[in-house]
Design a protein around this ligand. Sequence first.
Ligand code: ATP
Ligand code: MG
Length: 418
Amino acid sequence: MTCHEAQRRFALQVVKRLRASGFEAYWAGGCVRDQLLGRVPKDYDVATNARPEQVRKIFGYRRTVAVGAAFGVISVLGPKGAGQIEVATFRRDAEYSDGRHPDEVVFSSPAEDAARRDFTINGLFYDPLEHRVLDFVGGQADLQRRLIRAIGDPRQRFREDKLRLLRAVRFAAAFEFELEPRTREALCDMASEILVVSPERIAAEMERILVDPHRVRAVRLLCETNLAAAILPEIVPHEPAAQRRLDHALAVLERLAEPSFPLVLAALLCPFVDAEATLAVCRRWRLSNRCSDRTAWLVRNHAALRDPRSLRWSQLQPLLVSEGIDDLLALEQATSEAEGRDANHVAWCRSLLAQPREALDPPPLVTGDDLLQSGIRPGPEYRLLLQRIRDAQLDGEIRTREDALRLAHRLREQDKAG
Ligand code: ATP
Ligand code: MG
């Protein structure tokens, strides 16, 4: 756990050390923007005219890692709790032939380093010793006007690095800023080019966008700018009914408090697609199996808890003992609220969950081994048989091992006969 105060102090130390060694050094980028917005920076980056080798010498090889060697970025490890600071040499990026990474970097001046950054509000430097902002790109004015504006020609900047298309929406949503009109126009025109970015990066960006409290504004922007059509066509409404489904999904999204990524993704997808198609989205984004399975499970069961009191225990209990139950309850609660329904059925489920584990999830009366020993030959129907016995147990139809075996044989006879 890094402490903001410790990190900030260390970020100041790093600048002081570089200065003491005769170099220029400033805080740069997101941390300057966040500070000017009165937000706590997630992390601090330092920009300097010291070369990467010099940075390593100054802070020592054991306390530095060449994380972005190709870009001249050195990570300097702080004292306990202070995290690490990325120290990058002022640079200009030359040519982007792959739409994502510069072909080569050339070390240069603060002004050029500001100019290679994506948006004006991200192009600021701050001198933490003299408490002075260095603004080569008009970033302060755009912070005042609350605008996301590409530095330089927006089309060229998006052409160079297509990830910026999605970053623009993330920042506009998260800060409640507008997209500056030319930036917006370029974004809308070029949105489909986001697909040259690796699926993993798109997914990582979408995760940040969707778990953020401003997710509704973000999804609206994704749709308006045509980015959704490229990366999540499933949710793009082409007719009034689909628009109503989207509005409903957004009303649910709005009511999710600090959701996990699977929860928010499921909430967004469930009015539009089934569990299978959800898995296809997850595969497209190369999400982990764990994340994909959870998302698909939520979509499959999204309506299962609408009226839990009407369910048999053998239907409700498996949901309650599932790993994803907290997400499922949060989804049901947000959905009820969005639809103006009472959510006391959710509270009722939560009260059931509060029972001791033995009561909620009693051990099964019989196992496959028991069936085997009682003379039932193993086969593909074993699983189903065990399932039916488990359901009968949960529903209180049988209470002992003997009951269970008797039921097993009876079901077997029935199946043979039928
Ligand atoms: P946050 O960390 O909150 O996402 P940030 O602005 O700090 O926001 P980072 O990805 O940490 O974003 O990048 C730090 C800085 O590096 C940015 O503020 C920006 O100046 C620059 N930067 C990052 N990504 C790009 C990019 N794709 N194109 C141009 N500049 C970028
Ligand atoms: Mg950052």
